[in-house]
Design a binder for this molecule. Structure first.
Ligand code: SPV
Ligand code: MG
Length: 669
């Protein structure tokens, strides 16, 4: 992007102030002149070249600009017919240099940074207008039709709105305007406004009005204008700027936006809470305290506050910042709704939104990917279950029995309006793991094969794993198994208080099943807890009393005893259709224990929602077998259809299109 600054004119209405030097050299504030301020502002937003048209006192202007020594390349185009032409002719002379998107401004225009940013970073061709400024008699105004600027003139217009000569023109639109300027100049029409050429071709250019309302932006035509602008600049209070961050990695893209935002005012960063991120985005690799520390130490950040939700609502209503700054990436995707809400709240109290182009540099994506990969390391993955329990209070887990089902648990998301909803953890079920291997759920699939399943899942996911450890085996073996699972990054093993030939609980008393004694099971828990090496690993005691119809008292007694033996969590199981007995259990248990996490597997009592279970005091809710139960009937149907029809066409509706299945799994992990 380049800038074009029109500075050929004589500024006659300025009186003595322009006797010896061009108008743009009049002083404003802190030693700055109109041109030095414009060039500084342009260089600060990364404009690399400014084309300045000169005429009146050109030598003085050129020397002055060079001496500023600003990080912006300067190209001067002299209009030696400045006294008899208007700036249409200056643009005509400069046209060969205008080979990029251009910010076009008059040389006597003074504006605050936010005005420039709103124009320069708009992705469309646009111009500054003000819906609140009085319509000037002699200066520019615009006629707007269907949301676009159709006519610009200093003369009276229908439905006029005040316009300030600060434009952003996309290269393609600029070309159209310049063609028209060329046509007029070649006919010798050189003393009209360039806007007349625009009016001739405005049906081919989509020029959007950007309403700058009361923000400082005005031309200096006479001494009165100069004094008014100086007064506004002197009185301007520092504005407050709000930005929100949920990132774990601060890279150059973020600091570049912070640097730009700093020019607009004092920055407050809303650091999104762990809970909001874990619930609706992805798990934060760094906890809130670390992210808060990191962001509060970035140069230019005045303060950080907690943002409890992904929505900005509460903080905006509380802080009423003058400006909200965000990357323009949130115009698409799941953040769109949050953006709309921000725009509506800002409109309620007159705040401004400034959006900067989002940097898609490949290395930034790499850093973000790396932060995700860190989540897949055994230490991070193992610790994550406790962190989710601490921050969200509830964990929703879904069964996974291979890499593919693991990926589905990892990636499935639904949009809930204020963010996305997703699973927190994976359950590696003995039933599903055995079924997928064509074997019964009787501990016949040995740990080595089950570890293979975990490994497959770990290779392609980051979410924490809760492992169905069946009975846990004899205590001596359990100690080894705890170490192995812990080393692999598993967060929790659930063992059930049964012994002998274990059968699936959902058989209940239809098959012979034996519960072990409280003492036997407590010993196993103790041995397991002693064996583990980290603080993060959890052993959950699963109580089968309700399954085996031993009653609530027995279940509660076991729960307290197992907890006292060191169990980190308690799972209560039931095979009734009615959740009454597990709800009763939770109610009674919570009378004496408000902390120990309670785990539930709502397979048979499936009308109850996870929100209701959470409200009843459960902390881990496991959907234990649904992928397996969904895939089997689908596969059976397909097998039958092929046999019946001697071909596969009839299966089409049941099958994912070939093109989609080959793209389902990305080439890179
Ligand atoms: C499993 O998924 O293997 C379980 C839960 O142990 S249940 O099948 O309900 O017993
Ligand atoms: Mg099981």
């Amino acid at each position: 992007m380049k800038a074009l600054i029109l500075n050929s004119g004589m500024g006659k209405r300025m009186g003595d102030l322009t006797k010896d030097s061009p108008k743009c050299l009049v002083g404003l504030k802190d030693g700055e002149t109109i041109i030095s301020r414009q060039l500084r502002q342009l260089s600060e937003i990364g404009v690399e070249e400014a084309i300045i048209t000169t005429g009146y006192k050109a030598d003085i202007l050129i020397k002055y600009c060079h001496e500023l020594d600003l990080p912006i390349n300067l190209t001067f185009v002299n209009n030696d017919r400045f006294s008899e032409t208007n700036y249409i002719y200056s643009i005509f002379l400069a046209r060969k240099t205008l080979d990029d998107d251009i910010i076009l401004m008059h040389g006597d225009l003074v504006f605050e940074d936010i005005v420039l940013d709103k124009i320069a970073f708009d992705s469309r061709s646009c111009v500054a207008v003000s819906s609140t400024a009085p319509i000037p008699e002699k200066d520019f105004k615009a006629e707007i039709n269907k949301g676009l600027v159709k006519k610009i003139s200093v003369k009276a217009l229908d439905n006029a709105i005040t316009l300030q000569p600060l434009y952003k023109l996309l290269k393609s639109d600029l070309r159209k305007w310049i063609s028209r300027i060329e046509a007029l100049c070649e006919k010798g029409i050189v003393d009209c406004y360039a806007e007349e050429a625009f009016n001739d071709c405005s049906d081919q250019i989509s020029l959007f009005p950007v309403d700058i309302k009361e923000l400082i932006c005005g031309e200096i035509d006479n001494e009165q204008d100069l004094n008014r602008i100086k007064d506004l600049l002197n009185k301007k209070k520092n504005r407050s700027v709000y930005m929100s961050f949920s990132t774990d990695v601060v890279h150059g893209g973020h600091t570049a936006i912070i640097k730009k935002a700093k020019r607009l005012g004092d920055i407050t960063i809303g650091v999104v809470s762990d809970e909001a991120i874990a619930r609706y985005k992805r798990f934060p690799a760094l906890p809130y305290s670390e992210r808060e520390e990191m962001l509060s130490n970035i140069k230019g950040v005045s303060q950080v506050v907690k943002q409890e939700t992904l929505s900005y609502r509460d903080n905006l209503l509380k802080l009423k910042p003058d400006i909200v700054v965000h990357g323009d990436d949130w115009k698409k995707g799941i953040q769109q709704k949050i953006r709309e809400e921000v725009i509506n709240i800002l409109a309620e109290y007159g705040g401004e939104l400034v959006e900067y182009p989002y940097s898609h540099k490949p290395e930034y994506l790499k850093y973000e990917k790396h932060a995700r990969e860190v989540l897949a390391t055994p230490d991070m993955r193992r610790a994550r279950l406790k962190r989710v329990l601490d921050t969200k209070g509830v964990v929703i887990a879904m069964e996974a029995h291979n890499g593919l089902t693991g990926l589905l648990v990892e990636d499935t998301k639904v949009d809930e309006g204020c963010g996305i909803r997703q699973f927190d953890a994976m359950w590696v079920s003995s039933l599903c793991d055995s079924t997928s291997k064509g074997k019964p759920d009787i501990e016949v699939v040995d740990l080595t094969s089950r570890l293979q399943t975990i490994n497959e899942i770990c290779e392609v996911t980051t979410k924490p794993i809760i492992f169905d450890g069946d009975t846990g085996g004899i205590p001596e073996h359990f100690a080894y198994n705890v170490r192995t699972l812990e080393r692999m990054g598993v967060s929790m093993v659930i063992i059930e208080d049964k012994k002998g030939l274990k059968k699936n609980s959902l058989f209940g008393n239809e098959v012979e099943q034996t519960q072990c004694t409280i003492e036997e099971f407590c010993k196993k828990i103790e041995v397991g807890k002693k064996a583990q090496k980290t603080e993060d690993f959890m052993i959950c005691a699963r109580i089968e009393s309700l399954i085996l119809e031993k009653g609530l008292e027995d279940a509660l007694n076991r729960a307290y005893r197992f907890r006292d033996a060191g169990a980190d969590a308690i799972m209560i199981h039931s095979r009734k259709k009615d959740p009454a007995e597990i709800l009763e259990f939770a109610k009674e248990f919570r009378k004496n224990d408000s902390d120990t996490p309670l785990v539930v597997v709502p397979t048979s009592f499936n009308e109850i929602t996870d929100d209701e279970l959470e409200a009843a005091g459960f902390n881990i809710i496991i959907y234990a077998n649904h992928f397996t139960r969904a895939e089997v009937p689908a596969m059976q149907k397909v097998a039958k259809l092929i046999l019946e029809n001697h071909r596969s066409k009839e299966c089409d509706e049941l099958c994912m299109p070939f093109k989609e299945i080959i793209r389902l799994i990305p080439d890179e992990p």
